[in-house]
Write a protein of this length. Structure first.
Length: 399
């Protein structure tokens, strides 16, 4: 029984630390860091930093978004003579490239064969002529000062990659997919901000991120999480990944939970692939702080938490029935019924998954369950080699 109790509390700790404890820990560290910084601050000369940049859009069958995206790109507040616009439309057969040909400012590179998003990025990087390349998706809208906010951080020579923020355009009433994704990304963005301030963000948001062009390293053609691999390999070289929430890309939520699950399964399959290829980053002797962040922010949530959630309920049931210690009996009883209520709310959320309601918190337990279920489905797909690199993105509303 002692062993069962030890396992139970380890599982409790892993779940709590992954979702809440890590955020609390780094926030406390940041408070101390800020106090020390304020005590030793010195005046710095702030100079305008506006290097030439390339706005790079890998696109596959994006005709519904071309006009909006192009207009958005032209309206960004940055010197026009310092922006190069590149679209790579490999495999598109819906006329995306023909629509782009109407804009002489845009360089369009097209080939009939499709090699996935990473294939388009690997091929298109040879056409980039500027020191900073900014990757963004066709179905997102950037805020007016996105480029200025991103490139400002490259004034620091130790910065090799800058991630913008992914924002979900939520509505007053949302379905399970919209509510869950919106709430999740708000919390995830906060963790990214703290990670960046502490040392380095762990990965970049594929919807909007920039790198020093010279640091681009062509990644494997079967890569599933292109943004994560590109940014983390830059971190592996000793550069920082910074996060700037003042530069953001807005997109609508997944059309429904089925589409969101499809997206999560791909991320989970890519998580195992990325971990294998970035295993050296978990060496605390070579990357002391970065390995701690990588393990705490990603590895635990990708692998340990889903397994913990599966094991903790039956173990809690055993302790609920057999534990004779009066003090701990109350704790095990509370945690057991807490789990029952949590899963009942998740079940209730499932029954309303396509309904649009204002009480978005109802969908949080359901979204957490779906998120962790997708891990097992994604791992299965990766092991069976059933996850294609050619990604058909989750259906979303038009921007």
């Amino acid at each position: 029984m002692i062993l069962i109790k030890v396992i139970f509390w380890i599982l409790i700790f892993l779940i709590f630390y992954s979702y809440i404890g890590y955020g609390i820990l780094i926030y406390i560290i940041l408070i101390i860091k800020r106090l020390l910084k304020n005590n030793s601050k010195s005046e710095q000369n702030i100079e305008v930093f506006e290097p030439k940049v390339t706005l790079f859009v890998p696109a596959y069958n994006e005709k519904d978004f071309v006009e909006t995206k192009v207009k958005n790109g032209f309206e960004l507040d940055y010197p026009p003579d310092k922006i190069e616009y590149i679209w790579v439309t490999d495999g598109s057969n819906d006329g995306t490239q023909n629509l782009l040909n109407k804009y002489p400012q845009i360089k369009t590179y097209h080939q009939t064969h499709r090699n996935g998003k990473i294939g388009a990025m690997n091929r298109g990087i040879q056409f980039v002529s500027n020191p900073i390349v900014i990757f963004t998706d066709a179905n997102t809208r950037l805020n007016k000062y996105a480029i200025k906010e991103i490139v400002a951080l490259f004034n620091d020579k130790t910065v090799g990659c800058v991630s913008g923020e992914k924002r979900i355009n939520t509505k007053d009433a949302e379905s399970a997919a919209g509510a869950g994704e919106g709430i999740y990304w708000k919390y995830e963005s906060l963790l990214k901000k703290w990670d960046s301030e502490l040392n380095s963000a762990i990965g970049a948001a594929g919807e909007l991120f920039a790198i020093r062009t010279e640091l681009y390293e062509g990644v494997e053609a079967d890569t599933l999480l292109d943004d994560f691999m590109i940014s983390m390999r830059i971190a592996q070289k000793g550069y920082k990944i910074k996060y700037n929430p003042n530069a953001y890309a807005v997109e609508t939520s997944s059309e429904n939970i089925k589409e969101e699950l499809k997206r999560k399964i791909r991320i989970s399959a890519g998580a195992l692939q990325s971990t294998i290829r970035l295993i050296k980053l978990l060496n605390p002797f070579k990357y002391p702080l970065l390995s701690f962040q990588f393990f705490s922010h990603k590895i635990l949530r990708w692998f340990f938490v889903p397994i913990s959630l599966v094991l903790i309920f039956p173990i809690n049931l055993i302790l609920f029935i057999k534990c004779q210690d009066n003090y701990f009996t109350y704790i095990y009883t509370f945690l057991f019924w807490f789990q029952i209520i949590f899963y009942l709310i998740a079940l209730f959320g499932w029954s309303l998954k396509n309904a649009k309601i204002k009480a978005k918190f109802i969908f949080v337990p359901y979204y957490i369950v779906i998120m962790n279920l997708s891990v097992f489905m994604g791992l299965h797909r990766f092991i069976k080699k059933k996850q294609s690199v050619n990604w058909d993105r989750a259906k979303r509303s038009s921007i």
